[in-house]
Design a protein around this ligand. Structure first.
Ligand code: ATP
Ligand code: MG
Length: 353
């Protein structure tokens, strides 16, 4: 008899356009898991979570749809993976409330996202963004609800989310020992830790840092952004004979490093090696390097932009698969919440009967 097919869960915040850091740090892994087809992949757009950072009145629903069109353009397939919107499972909010009843505030105060925000506000009380909200403090509880409600088996996370995932596992385990076996406890797996530097030479490309190269950037925008990457005329010696990008890129000035990293990710190996030779020889090659990097990035973006604009990938098509996938995940989510209600002594919801 074959073992039960496992489920993998990942959440995505609908906070804007997708950039190369998102693609090579996350989306590329989603695509690999989808194609391996060893487990069912659940991807949800975390619109409740986004409310802790949205500052102006924003069209969150519109952002969600645009972001989903980009994911589909990258190759995420709503027929192969289950892609849904967090708020289409409103019982997640109920589960979060119930879990909150047994969550210690001390634990939440040690949450990294909360602590980061707190220290930013201490440095600058007028800092941009929302105040320290109840929602932000409770973020790990809502994240636990997201994971537990669909009975996920595997949750791949980057380093930034590792602590929150451990809190979710801990909450589920404590719940089970206090109220009886109710939750399916997931296991974490780490994603490879590629971190793409920003186009401004900062150590990380990120939306909030406005230093991104985006998947929907047209060739003129790509060229303009790449031309503006800071490069020094005197490259530092590499002190190594290695031709491995993971070894050489960190030894380069950061602006130069990001250009080599882009070639490493997108260009044929011989192109990367040719430019590495140039680097070792010294001389004036940055103009050509930038031109080559821009060409490969534009070539990479071209099919994504075309699929983004494909009429089959319209907002209406996204709404259709959101509706269908919400219907697919709702039964398992309701089953979980009903089990938790029963375990805690609340009983069946007449509203849902
Ligand atoms: P923000 O600035 O709002 O935090 P972001 O640009 O960092 O946005 P996130 O929404 O935080 O993007 O991240 C989405 C996913 O992309 C996460 O899995 C994150 O680990 C990954 N990611 C983001 N930036 C990079 C990067 N520079 N290199 C590799 N992975 C990244
Ligand atoms: Mg981030």
């Amino acid at each position: 008899m074959s073992a039960k097919r496992e489920t993998i869960l990942s959440g995505i915040r609908p906070t804007g356009r997708l950039h190369y850091g998102n693609y090579f740090g996350a989306v590329r892994h989603f695509l690999r898991l989808q194609e391996e087809d060893k487990a069912t992949c659940y991807y949800f757009i975390a619109d409740y979570h986004a409310l802790t950072t949205v500052t102006d009145r924003q069209d969150l629903y519109g952002n969600t749809v645009e972001m989903l069109r980009t994911y589909v353009a990258c190759g995420l397939d709503p027929r192969k993976s289950v892609i849904y919107r967090q708020s289409d499972l409103p019982c997640t909010a109920e589960l979060s409330l119930l879990l909150g009843m047994i969550t210690n505030i001390g634990l939440l105060e040690r949450g990294t996202t909360y602590k980061d925000k707190l220290s930013k506000l201490r440095e600058d009380p007028k800092a941009e963004g929302n105040p320290l909200s109840y929602g932000l403090l409770g973020y790990p509880v809502l994240m636990a609800a997201d994971i537990l409600i669909v009975k996920a088996d595997i949750v791949p996370v980057g380093e930034d989310q590792r602590q929150h995932l451990e809190m979710a596992i801990d909450l589920a385990t404590r719940f089970n020992s206090r109220f009886g076996e109710t939750f399916h406890v997931p296991r974490p797996i780490s994603r490879d830790a590629l971190r793409l530097p920003g186009l401004d030479g900062a150590s990380k490309m990120g939306k909030s840092d406005h230093n991104t190269l985006d998947l929907l950037d047209d060739p003129a925008t790509v060229l303009k952004k790449i031309k503006a990457v800071p490069t020094t005329t005197e490259p530092a010696p590499l002190d190594t004979d290695s031709n491995d990008a993971d070894t050489v890129v960190p030894k380069m000035p950061s602006g130069v490093g990001v250009l080599y990293r882009l070639l490493d990710l997108l260009a044929p190996r011989e192109v990367f090696l040719e430019f590495l030779e140039e680097y070792r020889r010294g001389g004036k090659f940055y103009g050509n390097l930038k031109k080559a990097a821009a060409e490969h990035c534009s070539k990479f973006n071209e099919p994504i932009i075309a699929r983004y604009n494909d009429p089959a990938n319209s907002a209406a098509a996204v709404e259709e698969f959101l509706r269908e996938n919400a219907r697919r995940v709702t039964p398992v989510a309701l089953e979980t919440v009903e089990a938790v209600r029963a375990a805690m002594g609340i009983g069946h919801s007449l509203y849902r009967a």
